[in-house]
Design a protein around this ligand. Structure first.
Ligand code: GBH
Length: 484
């Protein structure tokens, strides 16, 4: 019989505030850059916004009941900064009603036996901070304001929250928000897209601010909260596996460059204390440098490796896309075949061997315990299917089955220290610039009624984890050392 995962393996489902909550004006919430951006013409598919989304601000009890029915051990959600500090800044008033909403959510999760896994920043910067001083472009101001916001969250929720993520996917914040301009705040050098912005410099400046803000919040937690609250804190990075397109040395090197820019840009500073040398090489002084104090602050500033991953790309040299490390991505092998099953989004194909390879790459390079904080699949044309057909999401089941089997192999055959796994997403939701056409949920949401319908993939996951995680009482389970 196949070996099981340890009983304290944390599995759950993930969401993010702006993608599910709706109720943008409720209880004193202030606007975020995503409210502004999604309401501008031409920024999202069909011009749709997160104004209603899955209405989860109002349907909290129902969502928790469903999570409980699924039997997840944990739920990953994010806090909307502008609900708890509507204008965002350290001298701005806090909003008790917004704080209470998250406090109640946390209490209700715990009552249902579900461990909260909380992201502080999943892309919804308070608009006032962007207007006041340029948001992430202004390192000193934004770091002070982010740390103040983090402090409020630790003070109010840290007695009950033991798993913190500072940031979700800084690559997306920087590149998609300030380079390509396809996500809020939508800045780019492309003047057909944005009246202002400089894609050559801003993404790297923003990335630097995010790293320093992350490390500063972690230092605060470790210095003032950890000894009382006993939680862990880290960052979560997006990153897909990059494999050489063929066996050539050129392709091998290109694949490493792809990993350096997609992952190493943030992971190398946080775990090793410096930017990848390759990035310094091609960006020169457009890439900021860490002061000696910053370097000390940043190195070792995450208790674990938070891993968001969706797919694998085959990499060839060439092209001039700096944001990918000047290499080309493809799913087409040299013999013309496709790597895996195509998802609704162009960037996503199923490839479990790549998922396992990435777990190994990250474990070998950074030697940190890993939580997979997002992993998921959007079924082709799922949005246009009759309900019964959409609930039979066989391509998504194939995806999760492959990756679940791969993660067991990574743990038991490869020795990767993997602590948790969070499919994206609990619910179909607002898929950013792709609006509502692309569905990542294991639960179908009928937006006309806001009724939730579990897809077969939800039950697949529920049963898979039931069968493949040791029950707490089972004897003979080796005691792995947990994060101190
Ligand atoms: C995650 O990002 C997000 O955290 C989550 O909110 C989102 O709903 C989920 O994935 C599904 O998309 O061709 O330059 O546009 C995923 C990471 C990185 C995947 C960028 C798509 C496209 C790069 N994303 N990638 S580009």
């Amino acid at each position: 019989m196949a070996q099981k995962l340890p009983s304290d393996f944390l599995w759950g489902m993930a969401t993010a505030s702006y993608q599910i909550e709706g109720s943008p004006d409720a209880d004193g919430r202030g606007p975020s850059i995503w409210d502004t951006f999604s309401h501008l013409p031409g920024k999202t598919l069909d011009g749709l916004t997160g104004d209603i989304a899955t209405d989860s601000y109002r349907l909290r009890d129902q969502d928790i009941a469903l999570l409980k029915q699924y039997g997840v051990k944990s739920y990953r959600f994010s806090i909307s900064w502008s609900r708890v500090i509507p204008l965002g800044g350290r001298n701005d008033p806090i909003n008790e009603k917004g704080i209470k909403w998250y406090s109640d959510l946390i209490d209700e999760l715990l009552e249902a036996g579900i461990v909260p896994f909380v992201t502080l920043y999943h892309w919804d910067l308070p608009q006032a901070l962007h207007d006041r001083y340029g948001g992430w472009l202004n390192k000193d101001e934004i770091v002070a304001d982010f740390v103040n916001y983090a402090r409020l969250c630790f003070e109010r929720f840290g007695d009950r929250v033991k798993y913190w993520l500072t940031f979700n996917e800084p690559w997306c914040i920087s590149i998609l928000g300030y380079g390509r301009g396809v996500f809020a705040p939508g800045r780019s050098s492309d003047r057909t897209r944005s009246p202002e912005g400089d894609s050559r410099t801003e993404p790297w400046i923003v990335g630097h601010s995010v790293i320093v803000a992350h490390a500063s919040a972690v230092k605060l937690y470790r210095d003032e909260f950890k000894s009382r609250q006993h939680g862990v804190i880290g960052i979560t990075l997006n990153g897909d596996m990059a494999l050489p397109w063929d066996d050539s040395e050129e392709c091998r090197q290109a694949a490493q460059h792809a990993l350096d820019v997609a992952i190493g840009w943030f992971a190398d500073p946080v775990y090793l204390g410096h930017y990848p040398p390759f990035m310094r090489q091609f960006l020169g002084d457009r890439l900021p440098t860490f002061t000696p104090e910053e370097e000390k602050l940043v190195k070792g500033s995450s208790d674990f490796y938070g891993m968001n991953t969706y797919t694998t790309n085959l990499i060839r040299p060439g092209g001039d896309d700096e944001f990918q490390g000047n290499v080309q991505y493809t799913f087409t092998r040299p013999d013309g075949s496709q790597l895996g099953t195509q998802a609704h989004c162009a960037w996503l194909q199923t490839y479990p061997e790549g998922f396992r390879a990435l777990l190994n790459y990250l474990w070998n390079r950074y030697h940190m315990p890993i939580y997979v904080t997002e992993n998921g699949f959007a079924v082709k044309n799922e949005n246009n299917m009759p309900l019964e057909q959409a609930l039979k999401d066989t391509d998504r089941i194939e995806y999760f089955k492959g990756n679940c089997e791969a993660l067991v192999k990574a743990v038991h055959e490869d020795g990767v220290d993997l602590r948790g796994y969070f499919p994206w997403s609990f619910l179909d939701n607002f898929e950013w610039a792709d609006g509502y056409q692309t569905r990542f949920g294991v639960t179908y949401v009928d937006y006309a009624t806001q009724k939730r319908y579990p897809k077969e993939s939800a039950w697949f996951l529920v049963n898979w984890f039931k069968e493949n995680v040791n029950s707490p009482k089972s004897s003979g389970e080796p005691r792995t050392s947990r994060i101190p």
